[in-house]
Design a protein around this ligand. Structure first.
Ligand code: ADP
Ligand code: MG
Length: 602
């Protein structure tokens, strides 16, 4: 009996669609590429509900006649590739002839299109890959494609989609990849009838500035170099604008966006020493290269591209950036010819040089400095109403220590060998105390994180955290993406104790949660936005994530104080249920056992 059957066309198209169309942003990417290939100079993209219910793309490109309009929805139908040699010299974005067939297989698609030669246009409607209707219509030259209810016929794929906000972020990324590579094309993006980008045709620098938002032009500097193998040009963010997010990092090769951790490494290396740890420079870098020297015949949704001479390109990129950093004075350098750099103001020049005097207080002992007032982090913020825990009672932690007659490795409750008080010394980041089985090390920063986290989250679930109003309100310019994230979470920020207002692209901060040090407020808001941008989580997880971030910012600027404060911290730590782990799951306590100590001394 014959068991092999040919798959019906609509089914094989649906399967192929699985590769091309993963989410609304894939549709936006494919349709935008088609419009660019059709020579459009004006393109309008409108999406609804993150693109789930509608993606509409209108262009003023060549359009199609009736035959082409019908053919373009068939698989492997393309006007861009006719021989295998073409594949190695491609100047177009698409070439596989798969996108429209795939999109039509998994959505309801309508198209109106007209060429400049025709007097009337042509309308066509597909549903799940089946032609529903076609007719002549009056329309302008160009093409309008509307993709409705993506995955309407594949519930499993539909359920896989994320929230509208997340899907829209992906749509925006796809839009930007095209907009940055084609500054000569005017491009508009609408989301739920609200304008998001309205980019006039211009040059690369202006386009990048528009994408970066207010003051964008002042944030970047250019790079350019030309060799036989590759031409590199583009713009990078000045070191002071490096961010904690990896946003605004774009590589293009022959105007095609791609991702590369390898070239990203070259950039990070070029900025070494100029930007703080764990921050990332902004970049928009364009490579022009002979298409035969890169592999474009790859999976349609993959954004990695294989380069024949990648090591060479890496070093070209690195040295080009370094040169530009030097040229635009963005690198601290000792210029010995520029004596003025070391010049003293004239009023100082005549004065005799005096040896500096160092005053030392021989009585000073950091551990004797036991202030009468209670330490900051544990009293005003935490002990007042709303921060849950009552002031620590000494008996509590002592009892706690006593339980631990048999030390367990799983949950290292320290077995102190004194029950009078915690005999400890503080060295740098750690607190060191002798315990029965050896020496206990407590990471102070992590301990404080745990204490603050437990107190704050307990209060947060009941009512908004306490706000400390600022004497001098702060301001910060935001990028579009950041504004959107902030706008959709303003309520949450308020609950955390922030008092924020948005004036166009400027954020004004008039109050902040009490646990934050003033210096840490801006950084904390930035980190919170980053976390929200990345979030795929449920709301409950969100509270945890934000609180971890806030507590981390708070601790960063916390002045660890005297011995009394340290003891109070430890008392509070051991009253936390998870006292051995910080909120971000880092180990707080370690015990070096006597046996192991022995080894060190051998
Ligand atoms: P590919 O882009 O790989 O050729 P597609 O399925 O994306 O495959 O498109 C099929 C064909 O439809 C294209 O080759 C092109 O001839 C035509 N086409 C698609 N979109 C447009 C458009 N916006 N304007 C004019 N022609 C288009
Ligand atoms: Mg295409």
């Amino acid at each position: 009996m014959q068991v092999i059957k040919r798959l019906p066309i609509h089914l094989s198209n649906q399967i192929a669609a699985g590769e091309v169309v993963q989410r609304p942003s894939s549709v936006v990417k494919e349709l935008l590429e088609n419009s660019i290939d059709a020579g459009a100079t004006e393109i309008t993209v409108s999406v609804r509900d993150g693109g789930r219910t509608l993606i509409s793309i209108l262009d003023n490109g060549t359009g199609m006649n009736e035959q082409d309009a019908l053919l373009c929805f068939e698989r492997h139908a393309t006007s861009k590739l006719s021989s295998i040699d073409d594949l190695f010299q491609l100047g177009t974005m698409g070439f596989r002839g798969e996108a429209l067939a795939s999109i039509a297989a998994v959505a309801q698609v309508e198209m109106k299109t007209k060429t400049s030669a025709a007097t009337t246009g042509f309308y066509i409607r597909f549903e799940g890959g089946t032609l529903i209707s076609k007719e002549e219509v009056i329309c302008a030259k160009g093409t309008l494609i509307e993709v409705k209810n993506l995955f309407f016929n594949i519930p499993a794929r539909r359920n896989f989609l994320k929230s509208d906000a997340i899907e829209f972020n992906h749509v925006e990324d796809a839009f930007l990849c095209i907009a940055l590579a084609h500054p000569e094309v005017s491009l508009v993006l609408h989301n739920n009838n609200q304008p998001v980008y309205n980019l006039d045709a211009s040059n690369l620098k202006r386009r990048i500035s528009e994408v970066l938002g207010k003051g964008g032009a002042d944030k970047i500097f250019p790079i350019a170099s030309e060799t036989d193998i590759v031409t590199v040009h583009g713009f990078l963010g000045k070191p002071e604008f490096a961010k904690k997010t990896r946003g605004n990092q774009f590589f293009f090769v022959n105007r095609r966006f791609f991702k590369s951790s390898y070239y990203n490494h070259a950039i990070q290396t070029a900025f070494e020493g100029l930007i703080p740890d764990k921050t990332h420079p902004i970049y928009f870098i364009f490579f022009e290269i002979n298409p035969a020297k890169i592999d474009v015949n790859i999976h349609p949704t993959k954004t990695e591209i294989k380069f024949d001479e990648e090591r060479f390109i890496y070093s070209i990129l690195l040295s080009t950036i370094r040169q530009s950093l030097g040229k635009f004075n963005l690198m601290p350098s000792l210029d010995f010819e520029l004596e003025t750099a070391f010049d003293l103001p004239s009023s100082f020049r005549q004065q005799p040089i005096q040896e500096p005097v160092i005053r030392v207080d021989p009585q000073f002992n950091p551990f004797d400095n036991e202030k009468k007032s209670a330490p900051k982090a544990f009293s005003p913020a935490i002990q007042q109403e709303g921060f849950g825990a009552a002031p620590p009672k000494e008996s509590d932690w002592k009892e706690f220590y006593h339980i631990s007659e048999e030390p367990s490795t799983e949950n290292p409750i320290p077995d102190l060998n004194t029950n009078a008080s915690i005999e400890c010394i503080q060295t740098g980041k750690y607190l060191v105390a002798p315990v029965r089985s050896g020496i206990m090390l407590i990471d102070l920063r992590r301990a404080l994180e745990r204490v603050l986290y437990d107190e704050s989250i307990a209060a947060f679930v009941k009512h908004p955290l306490h706000t400390q109003m600022l004497l001098f309100p702060m301001e910060r310019a935001l990028e579009k993406q950041e504004i959107r994230v902030l706008q959709s979470h303003l309520g949450l920020f308020e609950q955390l104790g922030f008092k924020l207002e948005l004036y166009e692209s400027t954020l004004a901060i008039s109050g902040a949660p009490e646990i934050l040090h003033e210096e840490g407020i801006l950084g904390c808001i930035e980190s919170l936005i980053v976390r929200l941008e990345m979030q795929d989580q449920q709301r409950e997880d969100l509270a945890h994530i934000l609180m971890v971030e806030m507590v981390r910012s708070s601790v960063k600027h916390y002045p660890f104080g005297n011995k009394l404060e340290m003891q109070q911290l430890i008392e509070q730590l051991f009253r936390c249920q998870e006292h051995h782990l910080s909120p971000s799951q880092e180990k707080i306590i370690t015990i070096i056992r006597h046996e192991d100590l022995h080894q060190f001394l051998r």
